[in-house]
Ligand binder design. Structure first.
Ligand SMILES: *Cc1c(COP(=O)(O)O)cnc(C)c1O
Length: 398
């Protein structure tokens, strides 16, 4: 007997749950890519995307995952010999730095504490020291999905301004756009990168790069800009095909239209943010309660430094892996692996896991996941303080 049969729940930090409405919108015969509904849908898609990122500037779209979004931002603003600053408090910032380095760009990595948001004063100090203004960009992750730390871009922009430094500010919002509040224009962020399969509730396959005038101007200084990645060509396409540098991702665009209608027109982006925050608080309340009498602990102590789309946890090796295996095999809930917390191959790696709560997630999904985790701890004889679900439900009904 297994209790896993029934609808499976992938509670990992991306890809996230795809609503049936989006799947159904994609389930159709191949559309005409030269004229008609698909071509006419573009203004709605662009304006919906821009309202999720809170920008009045531009968006370029790419076939690809989040890594493609990174690549696009790099290809349009940097070239070999340039220098950038990347503060890191998680595995995704580390990987972004690797992607930048592969372009022959010199990366100053600022290794910061991995369980707190970074202190903008440190970045201000580094920028002040760069009197020749060699640093072309500060590239930072908003919510680092590995540690679930959330960094504050309003204060980061203030620090850059205080230093009087002209570098571009680029944000990886792949795990946070459509989950945590983010104000591209109001916070003065020049480039924002996201992808379809997290807060936007779509299957993987689309990357979006938002950019303002300053970033666009920087792009014009790149001597050899790859035609495929060139964002100007995609922002003002002469023909429909240039939006995507070739054939459009036809079915994904129908899915995207449905997703944006759900987020922007129906629920409203601010209500979406509040839903994510409330669900995240329920998860934190349960975990903090369980941990009063057991090994489970949140990775980020300060709630203000936690992202609302994913929670990174420790439970002691080998119990992280054991618990994930148990919930998947016995209950049909897949939890996220620990990432960036201990090296692969290190036994400690098995002490971490993550709960994804991004996108199409509601109260019963979070309560169900927490109930299943509690059942798993009991089944595996992991100690915990009784009452975690009560703590969670009190957050939800408040
Ligand atoms: C998921 C994620 C990425 C990588 O996205 P892919 O689609 O896997 O390429 C990068 N940065 C952050 C913060 C992410 O959450």
């Amino acid at each position: 007997m297994t209790l896993a049969n029934g609808r499976h729940y992938l509670a990992i930090p991306g890809p996230s749950v795809v609503p049936d409405r989006i799947l159904n919108a994609m389930h159709r015969a191949s559309p005409n890519i030269y004229e008609g509904a698909l071509v006419e849908a573009m203004p709605e898609l662009i304006s919906g995307l821009k309202s999720v990122a809170r920008t009045s500037f531009d968006v370029a779209m790419y076939f690809g995952n989040g890594h493609a979004g990174w690549e696009a931002a790099i290809a349009n603003t940097l070239q070999a010999g340039d220098r950038v600053l990347i503060p890191t408090n998680g595995g995704f910032a580390d990987r972004w730095a690797d992607a930048v380095r592969a372009h022959g760009v010199h990366v100053d990595v600022l290794e910061l504490d991995r369980s707190t948001a970074f202190d903008p004063d440190i970045i201000e100090t580094v920028l002040r020291a760069d009197t020749a203004h060699e640093i072309k960009a500060v590239m930072a992750v908003h919510v680092d999905t590995s540690t679930s730390v959330k960094n504050d871009f309003a204060t980061l922009r203030a620090a850059m301004d205080a230093a009087g430094h002209p570098a571009l500010l680029m944000a990886d919002c792949i795990a946070s756009l459509g989950c945590d509040p983010f104000e591209m224009d109001a916070w003065g962020v020049d480039v924002v990168i996201t992808a379809s399969q997290k807060g936007l509730m779509m299957p993987p396959g689309l990357a979006f790069v938002f950019l303002n005038q300053k970033a666009r101007a920087a792009g014009r200084n790149i001597t050899h800009r790859s035609q495929y990645w060139d964002w100007d060509r995609r922002i003002d396409p002469e023909i429909f095909a240039y939006y995507f540098g070739g054939t459009a991702p036809t079915h994904h665009l129908y899915g995207l239209r449905e997703a944006l209608r759900m987020i922007v027109d129906e629920e409203g982006i601010e209500a979406v943010w509040t839903r994510h925050e409330t669900l995240a608080r329920a998860v934190w309340a349960a975990v903090e309660h369980w941990g009063q009498d057991g090994p489970m602990a949140l990775h980020v102590p300060n709630p203000a430094h936690r992202g609302h789309s994913v929670t990174s946890l420790g439970i002691g090796a080998p119990m992280g892996t054991a618990l994930r295996d148990w919930t998947e095999t016995n209950m049909g809930v897949t939890l996220g692996i620990g990432f960036g917390m201990a090296p692969l191959g290190d036994p400690k790696w098995h002490g971490y896991f993550r709960i994804g709560h991004m996108g199409h997630v509601n109260g019963h999904m979070v309560m169900g996941t927490l109930g299943v985790i509690e059942a798993g701890m009991e089944a595996l004889s992991i100690p915990f303080a009784e009452g975690g679900l009560k703590a969670a439900r009190q957050v939800l009904i408040r």
